[in-house]
Design a protein around this ligand. Structure first.
Ligand code: NAD
Length: 258
């Protein structure tokens, strides 16, 4: 389908909710998981499980090194992130639900951002010996730079300054339970949306991928913008196959009459 069909849906809707995945940030230079050159072709997925992080100081050290690589690259929002921020400013978009941990929606100016997989910009205490994927720490949270400063000062496995528990990036790792609150808020937005627009997600990771389905069941129109097919294309009202940073700014500008 064409970009015009997406623009028409956007022009008519006042309660748009965006649901974004790693594909909205590839044009900012952050690789997604599944494409060639993506994260999984360069790191061992077994290192990303919650239990391995808890069990091994070496895994924790590697994880901090990877986070530092990400911060050093200093990724910036692209035209797709900015187009969503503009839709929100114009009063058309009520929330961005994102699977991303990169903080680029906020950097582009989006205000109501629901991060269902947490954020790489902060760290949190997960307690001393958490198990079964559930973080059991105290309420210590800090910017990720706090961990880098500790490491630079010679402490290569920083612990919580309040309770001495393990500290981890405030993201949801494989094998880690989702944070319940953002999922609940995301479900509320999805089920009251007029239009649910998914951008740059393979829609394969549950329970987050259930959000567009829930929106459609609750009566929203569903639009999917992705550069490859997704399992939900057959129930979508509009499917646009293309690059987010090219398609979305055009569709938004057309919808807003600019
Ligand atoms: P995914 O890797 O499963 O899917 C991304 C999709 O976007 C793919 O279908 C890909 O073909 C498509 N895509 C890539 N570049 C695109 C572009 N420029 N325009 C349009 N489509 C494009 O990612 P996912 O669905 O978000 O789920 C995987 C998990 O990966 C999520 O949990 C997410 O938290 C995590 N992740 C996040 C980041 C980040 O924060 N930027 C990066 C990698 C992975």
């Amino acid at each position: 389908m064409t970009v015009d069909a997406l623009a028409d849906l956007l022009a008519d809707a006042t309660r748009v909710v965006a649901f974004t995945g790693a594909g909205i940030s590839t044009e900012s230079g952050i690789p997604d998981f599944r494409s060639p050159g993506g994260v999984w072709t360069r790191y061992d997925p077994r290192d990303f499980t919650f239990d391995r992080y808890v069990d091994s100081a070496e895994v924790r050290r590697n994880s901090w090194a990877m986070r530092r690589e990400f911060f050093a690259a200093a990724p910036e929002p692209n035209a797709a992130h900015r187009a969503l921020a503009e839709l929100e400013r114009e009063g058309r978009l009520t929330a961005v639900i994102t699977q991303n941990i990169d903080g680029l929606h906020q950097a582009a100016g989006s205000r109501n951002v629901i991060e269902v997989h947490g954020t790489a910009r902060e760290v949190m205490c997960i307690g001393d010996h958490p198990r079964a994927g559930i973080a059991e720490g105290c309420d210590f949270r800090a910017p990720t730079t706090w961990a880098f400063e500790r490491i630079d000062a010679g402490d290569d496995d920083p612990r919580c300054p309040r309770c001495d528990g393990l500290v981890k990036s405030a993201t949801v790792s494989f094998g880690q339970a989702m944070f319940p609150e953002p999922l609940e808020v995301a479900a509320q937005h999805a089920t009251t949306a007029e239009l649910l627009l998914t951008i740059g997600s393979s829609l394969q990771v549950y329970p987050a991928a259930g959000i567009p389905e829930a929106a459609k069941r609750a009566g929203a129109a569903l639009a999917i913008l992705n550069d490859e097919a997704t399992p939900f294309d057959r129930i979508a009202d509009v499917v646009v196959r293309g690059r987010a940073g090219e398609v979305l700014p055009t569709a938004v500008a057309t919808a807003l009459g600019r």
